[in-house]
Design a protein around this ligand. Sequence first.
Ligand code: AHR
Length: 493
Amino acid sequence: MVVDKDFVISEVDPRIYGSFIEQLGRAVYGGIYEPGHPTSDENGFRKDVINLVKQLQVPIIRYPGGNMVSAYNWEDGVGPKEDRPRRLELAWRVTETNQVGTNEFIDWSKEVGAEAMMAVNLGTRGIDAARSLLEYCNHPGGTYWSELRKQHGYEQPHNIKTWCLGNEMDGPWQIGQKTAYEYGRLAAETGKAMRQVDPTIELVSCGSSGSGMPTFPEWEATTLEHTYEFADYISLHQYYGNRENDTANYLASSLDMENFIHTVIATCDYIKAKKRSKKTMYLSFDEWNVWFHSNDQDEKMEPWSIAPPQLEDVYTFEDALLVGTMLNTLLKHSDRVKIACMAQLVNVIAPIMTETGGGIWKQTIFYPYYYTSVYGRGKALNPIIKSPKYDSKDFTDVPYLDSSVIYNEENDELVIFVVNRHLENTMEVDVDIRSFESYKVMEHVVLENENAKAVNTIEKEQVMPHKRGVSNVDNGKLSAILPKMSWNMIRLK
Ligand code: AHR
């Protein structure tokens, strides 16, 4: 590898380490909120969860959905809790008690030190519900909705800056699915009205629900024709899974993510050119993760229960490796990807798991997310990489070595995140760090395991990082040993 101070991709927007809490499964009830739990505070928020979320330093959290938002009446979730209606929640076929809603989420996000990213319902509702929610949240006072917020105990506006115009509106599973034309028009008019209420907000236009959607990328081209003027970001969503138990192929999935990002950028820039616009559209990769372990289990679920365990994937060691490469991919595109949300944060396809009424533990994927979020702040540098490659079922020329590099000028640190995808061989890496000649290795953290399928449970964390990585700087050259199938963070100063 060659790493140079001058090969700057971009200053990383910290919101690239965002996450997501949907009113779904045990993310909220039994996850972040559990009145009566031994660790809960006076608002019913679990402090054990708050502590772990704070450790992750999550800067922005998307809410309340996801699919759930597309049939959600936000008014059900505000005001006295005893008056809130129980509703059939259609996306996940459960009963929603509405004991947590917008205000509680804002309280909680403040406690964990995150900004909220709010989604509006463009499935069953539209302009009117979106503008009243925004008025309720952001208008200082003197109007119906802003005064109602004050009556509910929130004198000061929440000032939520980032708003998603619906969720996955291209998906046949979405309540109120739209064609690209229908969505584009509705999103543009909703965005226009919302900007009238609060011109300082940022808006995210819905992109495709994944790179495999049959309407991708025509969906982006058509919707952006309408929303380009109003939106600041277009969303991308993508989940992967090792369904065929082919680890080499699975670990190459971040190449698909990269291709997805390239195509969305190309489509945005095509619309920019077509519109003779000076504005650049940025990307909000506001759902990304591994999701497949729990699929069969969820299909057997009885409908209409309250906060059942749903989407509770138990992650393996190999999932953590893939997550490491997905984070690298986001960083390598940080010139255009300004927001990204690991989906999700607690219990639902999450790095943090709880037992309702019990303890808490870290999934395997917690670790690459934690280290990249905490140490991946600063300028992303473009590493020049020469690596041996392999072919897998769906990919050709997959580099065994996958890396992203951060130069944190403030702390005077160079941080190299690197994955060895090789299933059998250790890799020796030589890094020419020419412009960081005087730097020495401070720590080399390694996540490795003999068993690709090793998992963490509340009883036992089998997958945990250690700091015994072997790396050394000599004469402006860093040499490092990367164990087979390993995620590494090498921090130099
Ligand atoms: O994160 C789980 C679900 O995945 C979200 O509700 C939806 O937007 C996506 O399909």
